[in-house]
Design a protein around this ligand. Structure first.
Ligand SMILES: [Zn+2]
Length: 389
């Protein structure tokens, strides 16, 4: 028995007493088939409704061959013929109705203006994704968004109906695939005529704002991320909060954040140039001091990475043995140990075991890290002096 789809004729039905047809299963979970339903099943790019049946939560709604399965959170002794009270999560549904109708308005405007088709569509709990088979400039996107929002303000009527065969053959409408049998048409007056099985608001003003928040090239066309209604407002609130925080942090008016960011980037580049210069200076000073002295172990605070490796490589030329470390007591120390006459791997092995370290290398040079304090390292080296000679 086909389930009567009450949401197709009235998408504003929030609750309704319905008759149980059958208690069955859906993928191992208890599921109920009703004679008629206000629950929209997943399909056509729109997610299923949630809600309750006699207080039992409905966690999923699916449709197979025109039969709608209401998947229940828990077992319940429903009986065929029994009247049950059904209620949908209206906030979730109305949000989907806003997104879905917003898609019709935007796709209608795009097709009318540029002839591009909507070739893919999905609404999830966070955003709506729409694919078009054409490319847009930024100016075009802004114009289309303006036009779509004008259509919202004009409060156009949204009609859903199943026309007779004669009417449908005369009708021009958008459709992602060839359709047979009864085709349900959704008509956003003067904007869009489209074959669609989803739920929609009755007047475009209920869509609220339509905002394209992202666009990217996708399979030769464009994939857009769109927010409508309350989603768009929430997104604006989040972005506004962010921009106010940034504005306070950068001490710049929120309308000048981009300029301020560019200025900060320039300052940062200048600082990096200065820092690189200073690191070179430190490197040269260290080299001068260390190569002249008979120091064979040195802790470094400011040099890292390539500069540290350069320092070690240069000293390895001049000295039979050199143990170079960099870091601090909080995070530990990286080390490079070089030697001309002894196998550094032996030392590394002992040291890594004793000081929670790791690393290795060749007989003449080992690199690694130690999870120990400077004091612990110095004490261990002192106690194991024989290893180094
Ligand atoms: Zn639709």
């Amino acid at each position: 028995m086909k389930t009567v789809k009450l949401y197709e004729t009235d998408s504003y039905l929030k609750m309704k007493d319905c008759i149980v047809h059958e208690l069955t299963e859906w993928e191992g979970r208890p599921a109920l088939i009703l004679e008629e339903t206000i629950f929209y099943p997943e399909g056509g790019g729109q997610l299923f409704d949630t809600g309750t049946i006699d207080g039992v939560p409905v966690t999923n709604v699916q449709e197979v061959d025109e039969v709608i399965y209401h998947v229940l959170e828990a077992e319940h002794p429903f009986k065929p013929g029994q009247k049950v009270h059904t209620q949908i999560d209206w906030e979730r549904r109305f949000d989907f109705m806003q997104q879905h109708t917003g898609e019709h308005v935007l796709s209608g405007v795009i097709e009318n203006r540029l002839g591009y088709k909507n070739v893919g569509f999905e609404i999830n709990e966070e955003f709506m994704r729409v694919d078009y088979n054409g490319l847009f400039t930024k100016e075009q996107l802004d114009e289309l968004e303006d036009e779509a929002n004008r259509m919202v303000l004009e409060n156009r009527h949204v009609l859903a109906f199943v026309p007779g065969e004669e009417t449908i053959s005369q009708l021009e409408y958008r459709s992602k695939k060839p359709l047979e049998g009864d085709v349900r048409i959704v008509d956003v007056q003067g904007v869009d005529v489209c074959a669609c099985c989803g739920t929609h608001v009755a007047f475009t003003s209920q869509v609220g704002i339509i905002k394209i928040i992202d666009d990217m090239h996708h399979r030769g066309g464009t994939r857009m991320t769109v927010l409508c209604g309350e989603r768009a407002l929430k997104d604006y609130r989040t972005l506004n909060d962010q921009s106010r925080e940034l504005s306070a942090g950068l001490s710049a008016p929120s309308r000048e954040l981009t300029e301020s960011f560019i200025h900060q980037q320039e300052l940062r580049q200048e600082e990096i140039r200065r820092m690189v210069h200073l690191e070179r200076e430190i490197l040269n000073l260290r080299l001068e001091n260390l190569s002249k002295s008979d120091i064979w172990m040195h802790f470094e605070e400011y040099l890292v990475g390539r500069d540290l490796a350069r320092l070690s490589a240069t000293l390895a030329h001049d000295k039979d043995l050199f143990f170079l470390l960099s870091g601090d007591d909080e995070v530990g120390y990286n080390y490079i140990l070089t030697a001309k006459t002894i196998d550094t791997r032996e030392i590394a092995k002992e040291m890594n075991t004793a000081l929670d370290g790791k690393g290795g290398g060749k007989p003449e040079v080992v690199r690694g890290g130690l999870k120990a304090t400077r004091e612990e390292i110095e004490r261990w080296v002192h106690d194991n002096g024989s290893l180094f000679s």
